[in-house]
Write a new protein. Structure first.
Length: 307
C-alpha cells in the first residue's frame, strides 16, 4: 500500500471554484497536488502543479494520471450526454491504467432516485455508472446547493441594494446549503476512506433552511430586514447565460426546474448529521459564511465608484 508520504493527488477542475477549493485544502495539508484544467486557464495557487488539456482528449487525461495515487474529480458545467460520457470514460480508463487507489467524484448536485428530463442530473448519473463499471475504487459525493451561488452580482446586488434575497427556489423548499470549503473538506476526507468505496453519499451543510429562514440569517448578520423572493427560473437562466453561456445556463437551470416541482421538493432536504458523522467534517455555520463575505462590493455606490 502507498504510504501517506508516497501519495500524489490529481484534482480535476483545479482552476475552478469547486476543484480549486479541493486543491487548496490538499495543499494546506502539505500534500503534493497536480491540477488538471482546461487549456488557457491558470492555477490560483502556485503550489499546485497545473497541467492543461481537454477532458475529451484521452491522451491528455492519461498523461495527467501518470504517477497519481488519488484523484478528486469535478466535471465542468457541460451537459451534453455524449460529451460528459466521454469525459467519464477517459477518466475511468486513465485511472485504471495508472493503478489509482481511489477516486472521489463530485457529482455537482444531489441526484434524484427517479430519471428526470434534466441533463444536469442525468449526465452526472451516467458518469457515476461509467466510473462504477470501470473497476477503479471510487466514492461519489452528491452535494446540494452551494452558498457561493449567493455571492454574485445578481443575487448580491438585489441583497445589498434592495434588501431582497432572490433565488430560483420556492420559499418552502428546505435546503442544506453547503460551502465550497466544506465540499472540499468532504472530498479530501473521502479520499482517505477506503471503507466508503462504492458508496454514493448525499450530504449538505449543518442547517436545513427554507428561503425565509435563510433570509432571516442574512437579516441578523447584515443588521437590516432581508426578505426572500422566489426568482423565476427563466429569469435566472437568462441572467446566468451572460456568465456561463446559453448551454451551461440551461443545464444548471434544470436543477431548479426539477426542485421547483412536487416530485423534486425534498431533493435538497438532507440530514445535517451526514457531513460530521460520515465524513468527520464540521459544517460551516451559514451565519459565519455570510459574515465573512464583503457584500458591500455589490452596492450601487461601490460599483459606481469603481467605474
Amino acid at each position: 500500500m502507498t504510504t501517506e508520504q508516497g501519495r500524489q493527488y490529481l484534482v480535476f477542475g483545479a482552476s475552478g471554484a469547486q476543484g480549486g477549493a479541493v486543491a487548496r485544502n490538499l495543499v494546506e495539508r502539505g500534500h503534493p497536488v497536480r491540477g488538471f484544467a482546461h487549456q488557457g486557464t491558470e492555477s490560483a495557487d502556485p503550489a499546485v502543479s497545473l497541467v492543461t488539456g481537454d477532458l475529451a482528449d484521452p491522451d491528455a487525461v492519461r498523461e495527467a494520471f501518470a504517477g497519481v495515487t488519488h484523484a478528486a474529480v469535478t466535471l465542468p458545467l457541460v451537459y451534453d450526454a455524449d460529451t460528459v460520457a466521454g469525459y467519464a470514460r477517459n477518466i475511468a480508463d486513465a485511472a485504471r491504467q495508472a493503478g489509482v487507489q481511489q477516486i472521489v467524484y463530485n457529482s455537482n448536485t444531489c441526484i434524484p432516485d427517479d430519471i428526470t428530463p434534466y441533463p444536469a442530473y442525468e449526465t452526472r448519473r451516467a458518469a457515476e455508472a461509467i466510473l462504477a463499471e470501470s473497476g477503479v475504487p471510487f466514492v461519489v459525493l452528491r452535494p446540494p446547493v452551494y452558498l457561493e451561488n449567493l455571492f454574485n452580482p445578481g443575487v448580491g446586488g438585489a441583497l445589498v441594494n434592495q434588501n431582497v434575497l432572490a433565488y430560483p427556489l420556492p420559499a418552502d423548499r428546505r435546503v442544506a446549503w453547503v460551502s465550497h470549503d466544506d465540499l472540499a473538506a468532504a472530498m479530501v476526507a473521502a479520499l482517505d476512506r477506503p471503507d466508503l468505496v462504492g458508496r454514493s453519499v448525499q450530504f449538505g451543510g449543518g442547517e436545513v433552511l427554507t428561503g425565509p429562514e435563510l433570509a432571516a440569517i442574512f437579516s441578523d448578520v447584515l443588521g437590516r430586514p432581508i426578505s426572500y423572493l422566489q426568482l423565476e427560473v427563466d429569469a435566472f437562466q437568462e441572467g446566468l447565460a451572460f456568465a456561463l453561456g446559453a448551454e451551461a445556463a440551461a443545464g444548471v437551470s434544470g436543477i431548479y426546474r426539477w426542485v421547483g416541482q412536487e416530485a423534486g421538493r425534498d431533493l435538497f432536504d438532507l440530514d445535517p448529521a451526514t457531513l460530521p458523522k460520515v465524513l468527520n467534517v464540521t459544517p460551516t455555520p451559514v451565519a459565519d459564511w455570510v459574515a465573512a463575505r464583503p457584500w458591500q462590493q455589490f452596492s450601487q455606490g461601490e460599483q459606481s465608484g469603481r467605474s
